[in-house]
Design a protein around this ligand. Structure first.
Ligand code: VGL
Ligand code: ZN
Length: 219
């Protein structure tokens, strides 16, 4: 079965089915598939988070067979950061450096570099840029430099969560000039407010991100 597609730019996502999605000009970015988000016992557990792991693993296998690079982001917070509600932010304590919650999900296939973000107290929603909650301009991350150095022209973004880190990473991908796709079967939303995930997908489509999967054509 062919994936349904949203606003293909040059046809490169439509001509090939899922097996042909990957070649050496593509980078697959697996966002924050960590215990605190994916495990039901995690402190910021995303509904259905663990159920995407098999489909994400399938994408990783396809990417590696096709010669695409695979990158992993890892939310990696200090014990205190303005990102956390206890320190004036919005989130429960999650993905604290070197804890179980910050570990990648045990069933996830790791087939490429893991890039940590939020390490110095930044919110770190995007895999490409970091913004200090105290203010100032976003700073580029090492993942962006590595992807650029590898020569990728297209990005496939999967993981958690649709309405935060997946959204921020995919929007940065488009801003940086990558043809960027998000795979709907491989993402899930936090939905702090009901509908956040759906609104995030609409925002992504409006920004030119290609939504791939069941229901994408309806947006
Ligand atoms: C995330 C909320 C807080 C995410 C990270 O990975 O989407 N969401 N920190
Ligand atoms: Zn976080």
């Amino acid at each position: 079965m062919k994936d349904s597609l949203r606003s293909p730019h040059d046809g490169s996502w439509t001509v090939h089915g899922p097996e042909g999605r990957y070649d050496p000009l593509v980078a697959l970015v697996v966002v924050d598939l960590q215990n605190d988000f994916a495990d039901p016992a995690g402190s910021l557990s995303v509904s259905g988070g663990a159920e995407i792991v098999p489909s994400v693993n399938q994408e990783i296998a396809r990417a590696l067979v096709g010669g695409a690079a695979v990158f992993y982001t890892q939310d990696w917070h200090p014990a205190h950061t303005p990102h956390f509600a206890q320190d004036g932010g919005v989130w429960p304590v999650h993905c604290v450096q070197n804890t179980w919650g910050a570990k990648l999900h045990p069933d996830l296939t790791v087939g490429g570099p893991v890039v940590q973000k939020g390490t110095h107290g930044e919110d770190g929603y995007s895999g490409f840029s970091m913004r200090n909650p105290a203010g100032g301009l976003p700073v580029p991350t090492e993942m962006g430099a590595k992807i650029a150095a590898g020569g990728a022209k297209r990005l496939v973004v999967v993981g958690l969560a649709t309405d935060y880190c997946v959204k921020a990473t995919a929007l940065d991908g488009v801003r940086l000039g990558y043809e960027t796709a998000v795979l709907l079967e491989c993402v899930r939303a936090v939905d702090l407010e009901p509908g956040d995930g759906d609104r995030a997908l609409d925002e992504l489509a409006a920004a030119g991100v290609i939504l791939v999967g069941i229901g994408a054509a309806a947006r």
